[in-house]
Design a protein around this ligand. Structure first.
Ligand SMILES: [Zn+2]
Ligand SMILES: [Zn+2]
Length: 395
């Protein structure tokens, strides 16, 4: 590491120290105000208020009211630090996006303040609706990522891993329509949308053995009928298919849809299937992930080798990662074994330990960004890896 680079890293660490009260305050404030996907008005307002001192802020980018972009500097290359800030129904910030938001904004601000002399553009993009609403997919389609040379963000978890595979996924909504009738007096005139739904779920169970082991098929019935003495005329389910790649997901989705159609045929009902947005598999940029890992280790954070396996979660960062060099490292903020999307995680991501970890990650992301802006050859290496490599898949 050159002396100049080390000096920038030290300036970034100082900026993060200076910002720490604001960033921790923001993280805890968002935790206390959980908002569901695409309804994150309070969070978007808090984040844009924080960014405004250093960045030109646009609200509602890409046609999404709670998306935003802050931009500082000019020209190429363009680095984007991403924030997520949606919570989960029932358990609040059980995915820790309050930390992602504060850490992403903190990294962008610290890099900009510490090294305004570096060439290029630093941006902070607020990406709403990660939990199922596909905010990044929609922002990609709207062109918000055009011109971005690299995207950096992190996710809290129970281990620190710079690289991890994530499954591709697609959501389906299934609605069966039958014929209502008195469930005892004229049952023969009815056609049960609930019978169709039960057939669908058992049919999917029959399919499980015949899909790749790394796939996951899971769903819930959101409407199962209205009264026990009425043959249900309408039922609705939300369903998800996950697999290692989007191609495999789409193949399984076709087979799941065939199960639904067969269930409708068997029960004399009809089915309407709506396909939701697809989340892609993840292509980690190892050059940039290596920089982040180095800056974490430098701060004393133990970094684990990635274990690539199936059955992981999914994120819309996958779609971004197939379009431009992207990192999405995981950061340990809680005890090993604490499940994500749980009340235990909601509790953990408000503790001081998680806030301190978030500050170290903000420092590491900003330092990696500084390295890329300061060294065009390093940036070229990240671009070259992106051009020649595929997603990370379990062997
Ligand atoms: Zn989540
Ligand atoms: Zn998450």
């Amino acid at each position: 590491m050159s002396g100049a680079a080390a000096e920038i890293h030290e300036r970034i660490a100082e900026e993060i120290r200076g910002l720490s009260d604001d960033l921790i305050g923001l993280s805890l404030d968002l935790h206390a105000h959980p908002e569901l996907a695409m309804n994150e008005k309070y969070a978007a307002g808090r984040l844009t208020d924080l960014l405004r001192a250093d960045f030109a802020v646009e609200e509602g980018v890409g046609g999404l009211p709670t998306a935003f972009r802050g931009t500082a500097g000019a020209g190429s290359p363009v680095l984007a630090f991403l924030c997520e800030y949606d919570a989960l129904p029932g358990i609040g910030h059980g995915c820790g996006h309050n930390l992602i938001a504060a850490g992403g904004a903190g990294a962008a601000i610290a890099l900009r303040r510490a090294a305004p002399e570096l060439p290029g553009t630093v941006s902070c993009i607020g990406t709403p609706g990660e939990e199922g609403a596909g905010g990044k997919v929609l922002l990609l389609e709207a062109g918000v990522f055009e011109g971005v040379d690299a995207a950096l963000m992190f996710h809290p978890g129970d281990t620190t891993m710079p690289i991890r595979h994530a499954t591709a996924t697609r959501q389906l909504v299934l609605e069966f329509h039958g014929v209502a009738a008195h469930a005892a007096a004229s049952a023969q005139d009815g056609r049960s949308a609930l019978a169709a739904m039960i057939q669908f779920f058992t049919g999917v169970d029959a399919l499980r053995q015949f899909v790749p082991e790394t796939s996951r098929l899971h769903g819930i019935i959101t409407h199962g009928g209205d009264a026990p003495n009425v043959v249900p005329a309408y039922t609705r389910a939300e369903f998800m298919v996950r697999a290692l790649t989007g191609d495999v997901v789409d193949d399984i989705v076709g087979r799941v849809e065939a199960v639904a159609t067969a269930a409708a045929t068997a029960t004399g009902t009809t089915v309407r299937i709506s396909r939701g947005l697809g989340y892609a598999e993840r292509k980690n940029n190892h050059v940039i992930a290596g920089l982040v890992a180095g800056h974490l280790r430098r701060q004393g954070v133990p970094v684990e080798q990635p274990v690539l396996r199936g059955g992981t979660g999914s994120s819309d960062i996958g779609n971004v990662s197939l379009v431009l060099p992207t990192v999405h490292p995981y950061l340990q903020v809680m005890d090993t074994g604490t499940p994500t999307h749980s009340a235990a995680m909601t509790e953990a991501v408000a503790l001081p330990r998680a806030q301190q970890a978030m500050l170290r990650m903000a420092t590491a992301l900003a330092c990696a960004g500084a390295d890329l802006l300061a060294d065009p050859e390093l940036f070229d290496a990240a671009r070259a890896e992106f051009a020649t490599s595929g997603p990370d898949l379990p062997s």
